[in-house]
Design a protein around this ligand. Structure first.
Ligand code: GAL
Length: 682
């Protein structure tokens, strides 16, 4: 069991910035929150200049008054440490705390997250303000927990201040001990990059063609993650020491940070900020994109960190900064839908961002529940409905967890290496999208798990694992995966598997390296599908069906090495026409599949049918594609969530009598879910 939030009932809350409003508004705000069944507020995370207006001068009066009032209205408070926004006096006096670009240009005061994690001065100042706040607020009865910083690694997740180069050098020394080992690990003999003195070692800097040593770039990401965790630990340790009765979390899911390790090492549970309307600004040229429903993919990663978690910021209106991220208003129903999307995937506490839209500053278009005018609006109405529903059903759902028999597997090394390496990184995004999307459309609940230190038993809770393009794979991982298959699991691998070691060096062995013997194949030849290369099709051997242009991005041309390997599909064009593209091998009690390309949605569909993977509710529930199906359960009860992401109503068929939990009514037969509607069946 991972570290999860512990609540007896679903709870709703909102982010509140008392320092941005006249204190004459506070009481009315809290009263209306209570009326809406909002039970939690988060405050403080950007208010350093209020808490410490000058170095060493502290003023907690404003927040004391807010806390007293909040307590009077029975609100529970999450206090944020304000270290994402160092004040002007601080960066003026200690400019070494500022972050810099790879070119060494310093980021200046005037936005947020303009600091680096490595500066001893910044660490000291952060420790100090955290200690001051913890001592001051620890006994306030309204406070229940703390948020460390805000969105670690959001906005920038690369750090090139002088202090970062120094900290990196230290990290490298601890990791490699000798220059010889470092030179070996980074392959520095290539292009005469050999280091003869530790002081020659830097994080990547501006290079010709913007192409620094790839092994350095991979270690850079590992360092950033470790360094971020070390920065957070300073605050976590202080809070644990002074306020052991409060829980600690942080909100995120950003680049170059092992959020699993962060949570395991110091948090009580992980929190996530969910803004599904970002889908409107990314654009997509694929057919039937998941759009806001794709946030279920992020939420699935969050769930792998904490089964039950907090949504610290749930989108509450149109988004937008003055100069960027222009998003349309959520349509009527969407705020409620997105709230239940979070709940389905494991959120037990959902905090809207934010109570009222700011009337000044960068985020005047990032809308809260209330508009500038502070009069009732449809967003308040929708949140109030959710508030009532949480009161009615929250104790049933809280603590239940998402149920899936199939998991998509990822890992941090490949995420980070793949960001830079164009021969495997792009394949992973493409394949995970194809799998997640088709599993969504076929109503098959799916987990996304990060491969870390799992035991065989932990992997065995899944019937199927899809680990699409693990270019970096250790022998140990290969052994674990082999045991998983032997014991009855189905493992699906894709192109470029296993050719790199943990250092990022390529193995001098036939691909797919440590899983070649498990798969019973090797990669005889290969090509990237790029430039003018035509995307080959596949011919499926079981029905001779030809699928045009589906073997995208990369083609491993497979050679079968064992008699018991079955070729499921061959390529249909190019110089490797008719060569094996997809193989299956029954091994032990399970099976392993190797596919030589990035996964296309049609290929996923065919595989789901060949492997007979179907929705666990298929025998009693018929729903159209536009509805996401997921299950939260505990030992006694199962709750099936039906979320309609479409602007059209969904016609559904319930073939066994169930309870419609939200309206507490028995239900059976043909019925509809309105546009953006939600149904929970028990
Ligand atoms: C989050 C952040 C909030 C707010 C919001 C809208 O990333 O934590 O403070 O900025 O986005 O932009």
């Amino acid at each position: 069991m991972n570290k999860s939030i512990q609540l007896d009932s679903l709870q709703l809350g909102v982010c509140y910035y008392p320092e941005q409003w006249s204190d004459s508004l506070w009481e009315d705000d809290f009263k209306r929150m209570k009326d809406m069944n909002l039970s939690h507020i988060r405050i403080g995370e950007f208010a350093w200049s209020i808490f410490e207006p000058q170095e060493g001068v502290y003023d907690f009066d404003l927040f004391d008054r807010v806390l007293d009032l909040a307590h009077q209205y029975g609100l529970k408070v999450i206090m944020g440490t304000p270290t994402a926004t160092p004040p002007a006096w601080l960066t003026q006096k200690y400019p070494e705390v500022l972050n810099a670009t790879i070119e060494g240009v310093t980021y200046q005061h005037g936005m947020r997250r303009h600091y680096n994690y490595s500066s001893p001065k910044y660490q000291e100042l952060c420790a100090n303000i955290t200690r001051q706040m913890a001592n001051h607020f620890k006994d306030h009865p309204a406070i229940i927990g703390w948020q460390i910083d805000n969105e670690l690694n959001c906005e920038v997740s690369e750090f090139y201040a002088e202090a970062d180069h120094i900290a990196f050098r230290q990290w490298v020394q601890e990791r490699y001990h000798t220059l010889e080992a470092l030179n070996q690990a980074w392959g520095t003999v290539f292009w005469s990059q050999t280091y003869t003195d530790w002081n020659q070692v830097y994080l990547p800097r501006l290079t010709t063609a913007h192409s620094p040593n790839p092994h350095l770039v991979l270690d850079e990401k590992r360092f950033i993650s470790d360094n971020t965790i070390a920065f957070a630990r300073i605050q976590a340790d202080i809070l644990r020491e002074i306020a052991p009765h409060h829980w600690i979390t942080t909100n995120g899911l950003f680049g170059h940070l092992d959020s699993h390790a962060l949570t395991e090492e110091m948090l009580d549970f992980f929190s996530y900020d969910s803004y599904p309307q970002f889908s409107t600004i990314f654009g997509s040229d694929e057919p039937k994109p998941l759009l806001d429903r794709k946030w279920s993919q992020n939420l699935s990663v969050v769930r792998n960190i904490s089964n039950n978690f907090c949504i610290m910021e749930q989108q509450a209106g149109p988004g937008g900064w003055v100069n960027r991220m222009n998003m349309p208003a959520p349509r009527p129903g969407q705020l409620r839908l997105w709230t239940y999307q979070s709940v389905l995937h494991g959120a037990d506490l959902v905090m809207y961002f934010r109570w009222r839209t700011a009337t000044f500053g960068t985020e005047i278009y990032w809308h809260g529940l209330n508009d500038y005018h502070n009069q009732p609006n449809r967003r308040i109405q929708e949140a109030s409905q959710v508030g009532q529903e949480f009161v009615a059903i929250g104790d049933k759902i809280a603590g239940t967890t998402y149920q899936a028999d199939i998991a998509i597997v990822k890992d941090y090394d490949n995420d980070w290496d793949g960001e830079y390496d164009i021969w495997h990184g792009p394949l992973t995004g493409k394949s995970i999208n194809a799998w997640f999307k088709q599993l969504q459309y076929q109503h098959i609940p799916t987990d996304i798990i990060y491969l870390r230190k799992q035991t065989l038993a932990e992997l065995q809770q899944y019937k199927v694992l899809i680990y699409p393009h693990a270019a970096i794979m250790s022998e140990q991982t290969a052994t674990l995966l082999t045991q998983y298959v032997e014991a009855g699991g189905t493992l699906i691998l894709g192109a470029r598997t296993g050719y790199k070691e943990l250092s990022g060096h390529c193995r001098m062995a036939p691909m797919p390296g440590p899983v070649a013997s498990l798969c019973g194949i090797s990669v005889a030849d290969f090509t990237s599908i790029t430039g003018n290369a035509q995307v080959p099709g596949l011919r499926w051997q079981h029905n001779n069906h030809h699928m045009a242009q589906v073997a995208e991005l990369f083609n491993d041309i497979l050679q079968v090495n064992e008699d018991d390997v079955e070729v499921l599909a061959t390529y249909t064009s190019s110089y490797y026409e008719d060569a094996p593209a997809l193989t299956q091998r029954l091994y032990g009690k399970g099976k392993v599949l190797y596919y030589g390309a990035a996964f296309h949605e049609d290929v996923v569909d065919e595989l789901l049918s060949i492997l007979e993977i179907s929705s666990p509710v298929a025998d009693w529930l018929e729903v159209p594609e536009q509805v996401e199906i997921g299950i939260r359960q505990n030992e006694q009860h199962q709750y099936i969530f039906l979320l309609n992401y479409s602007d059209q109503e969904a016609s559904i068929q319930i073939k066994q009598q169930r309870t419609d939990v939200l309206i507490d009514t028995l239900i059976e037969g043909t019925t509809t879910i309105p546009a953006y509607g939600v149904m929970i069946l028990q």
